[in-house]
Unconditional design. Structure first.
Length: 395
């Protein structure tokens, strides 16, 4: 046995580890993804170490059979300082397993750096690229200096170069990784997935008619575009917009103020950080699901497979989504829903209106969308592709 940095007992010496600079579990889509990928890794190796972010009342240490979960809890306001502290934390936890570790799966450069540079490294590394911080930070941290973003890009290149395999959820981000110098043969497409849910009862407080948005509220999600589009549906007074936000209520204040200015605040209903099963019920009983992603570099240059689209399709709910390359990998216009030009509220409103006016056609699209998921976009399918990556790089 050994004692970790917070004084907890850490009795195992693992063959596999998964590190992610994300809170887990949480209501965000990233947590759903982490859960499935970590499950496949630990099933493959008979257990392992999961290192993630904590806080919010989550325990610092958990043991679940042959699996251990450790959580980084330091609340450091500056993102770069926090990421560096987290990297040191990963390196510390890694040291106790270096002589037994066979494979380490990482999800970001802050996790990857200590893993790919570990002294005497014998383990293989799978780097799962769901986003490139050098691109994303320009949106999440607008005050970041160009020199800081350049250093992050150099860190990404280093970690990618020293990884044995790079996993990407879409061809779009695969192309971005290829441009960073990763050989084509080391890039593996493992799309996000969705589980087709059992029939879900209508939420007790659901409006009679509603369309739904599910996800976070960052600017690139386009919720402001959705609110402006919804204002153009004022002639449908019984229609409601339900926003199932994966982030806390305080993050919605600017959007709620916008809804007030647009005069739609009384027709917009907010639900915050709901459990995944409850979100599925809201999706399944909506007339239309909307994914109004914006045409920014974050979505165009490093687009991933958006879970909101996949889970809507799995629920059999027709989707109106922005016509972006990463979205076109998942759904076809007129077959599974409608694709519209991003950042254009009028076109978004028009597409929603058509689906509402032709419910039989909308239901048919929803049925085809569900079949698209069952035919090859389930989490089981994604996990089988990931397992093949593990087999490919195992010695």
């Amino acid at each position: 046995m050994r004692v970790d940095m917070q004084g907890e007992v850490a009795p195992f010496r693992h063959r596999a580890a998964y590190f992610a600079f994300d809170r887990f579990p949480s209501s965000k889509g990233s947590a759903v993804h982490i859960g499935h990928m970590a499950d496949e890794l630990f099933d493959h190796y008979g257990g392992g170490l999961l290192g993630v972010l904590g806080g919010g009342g989550l325990p610092r240490y958990q043991r679940e059979g042959e699996r251990e979960i450790v959580r980084f809890e330091e609340q450091i306001p500056n993102l770069i300082d926090r990421a560096e502290a987290y990297s040191a934390w990963v390196a510390w936890h890694l040291r106790g397993h270096l002589d037994t570790l066979e494979l380490c799966h990482v999800r970001d450069p802050w996790s990857a750096l200590p893993v790919v540079t570990a002294e005497g490294r014998r383990h293989r590394v799978v780097y799962e690229v769901n986003g490139l911080p050098s691109i994303e930070m320009a949106h999440t941290w607008p005050s970041a200096a160009p020199s800081t973003l350049a250093k992050v890009r150099d860190l990404e290149r280093l970690c990618l170069e020293r990884s044995d395999a790079v996993v990407v959820p879409s061809r779009v981000i695969g192309d971005a990784v290829l441009k960073l110098g990763v050989p084509h043969e080391r890039i593996h497409l493992v799309p996000n997935g969705a589980d087709v849910p059992a029939p879900a009862e209508r939420p007790g407080d659901a409006p009679e008619r509603y369309i739904v948005y599910v996800g976070a509220l960052q600017p690139w999600q386009g919720v402001d575009v959705l609110l402006r589009a919804f204002a153009r549906l004022a002639d449908l007074p019984e229609l409601r917009l339900v926003i199932c936000s994966s982030v806390p209520e305080r993050r919605a204040r600017p959007l709620r103020r916008l809804a007030e200015r647009l005069g739609v605040d009384q027709r917009v209903e907010w639900r915050f950080t709901l459990p995944h099963a409850e979100v599925a019920a809201w999706l399944a009983n909506a007339e239309v699901s909307v994914a109004p992603l914006t045409a920014c570099a974050r979505n165009l240059d490093q687009g991933c497979a958006p879970l909101k689209v996949l889970e809507s399709m799995a629920a059999g709910t027709p989707v109106v989504a922005s016509d972006l390359p990463a979205v076109r990998e998942l759904m076809a216009d007129g077959e599974h829903g409608r694709l519209v030009a991003p950042d254009r509220p009028a076109e978004l409103a028009r597409a929603v209106r058509v689906l509402l006016e032709y419910p039989d056609a909308a239901r048919a699209m929803g049925g085809r969308a569900r079949r698209r998921i069952t035919d090859g976009l389930t989490w089981g399918h994604s996990r089988s592709l990931l397992a093949e990556v593990y087999r490919t790089i195992s010695p």
